[in-house]
Design a protein around this ligand. Structure first.
Ligand SMILES: [Zn+2]
Length: 285
């Protein structure tokens, strides 16, 4: 089994404390415990979203001991002043971005992870925490990563950012909240795999931090889009966003499969197997 979107550095509870534990250096005992739990749960393939402290990279070194194929982007890359500063490394101009691509390559990254939009505001339906990057910017970011020999995973919400990423030939779209039908069609027609991380929404229902009526509305819309993209022949893969708030490691992938199967029905296994195969083939160097 697989989980194609996790954050080893995070714990699903408190991101500041989780990062704090690894800030001085990656803590092998914490990583080994989590890898052992994943192996015991039957996981053989994990793809990390990256972190600025080398936790994912260290995990990649240790994972073979647990029979786990671990893919890492080294660190996520964000535009300074935009979403991503809590976990990634920022760029302010194209020269800085080019240096980050070189740095990721030198560190042994399997692919590049880009932040190109904000987060969902779980208090207000239809609202993202900030505007996405510009279309031209998104296309240039992805093209430069491709030119450097990498496949690209984008943290991306909203129609505009998704259309730009797909236009640039991105290999995987993460989250993808609030997609209009135009974006669903573009995704389905492209070679990109969509990893909708439904757990990041569904797992919050009943938790009390955010209004359930907003969460349910977001989840219903996301599930309808998952179904729509699959019906149009698009690729969907299982990634829970384990480590994100309310998404525990080791069990996150099971819950994600449940959310996805509610959207995909009887074809769930075949669709997810196909999406997984594509990511496993592409997201390595
Ligand atoms: Zn994530």
């Amino acid at each position: 089994m697989e989980d194609l979107h996790i954050h080893m550095v995070l714990d699903g509870v408190d991101f500041r404390a989780a990062i704090g534990a690894h800030r001085a250096h990656p803590r092998d005992e914490l990583i080994r415990k989590r890898l052992a739990d994943y192996a015991a749960a039957g996981i053989t393939l994990l793809r990390d979203g990256g972190d600025a402290w080398g936790v994912g990279l260290r995990t990649k070194e240790l994972a073979p001991e647990y029979g786990i194929d671990y893919r890492s982007p080294a660190f996520p890359i964000y535009k300074s002043g935009h979403y991503g500063s809590f976990i990634g490394i920022g760029w302010a101009d194209w020269a800085e971005y080019a240096l980050l691509l070189n740095r990721a390559k030198a560190l042994g990254a399997d692919f590049i992870k880009l932040m190109i939009s904000g987060l969902m505001d779980f208090n207000q339906f239809g609202v993202l925490t900030q505007p996405s990057l510009e279309r031209e910017e998104i296309i240039r970011l992805i093209s430069m990563a491709h030119d450097a020999g990498f496949c690209v995973m984008v943290h991306c919400n909203g129609t505009q950012a998704t259309l730009a990423a797909v236009e640039a030939g991105v290999e995987s779209v993460e989250h993808g909240a609030y997609l209009h039908d135009e974006a669903c069609c573009a995704l389905a027609e492209s070679d990109a795999v969509w990893v909708p991380t439904l757990s990041t929404i569904g797992n919050l229902i009943g938790n009390g931090r955010f209004p359930d009526e907003v969460l349910k509305k977001i989840l219903t819309g996301a599930m309808a889009n998952v179904r729509r993209v699959a019906d149009l022949g698009g690729k969907i893969a299982l990634g829970s966003d384990a480590g994100a708030y309310c998404v525990p490691h080791n069990t996150g992938f099971r819950t994600e499969r449940q959310w996805l199967s509610r959207a995909l029905g009887e074809n769930t296994d075949a669709i997810l197997a196909d999406g997984c195969k594509t990511i496993a083939q592409k997201f390595q160097r």
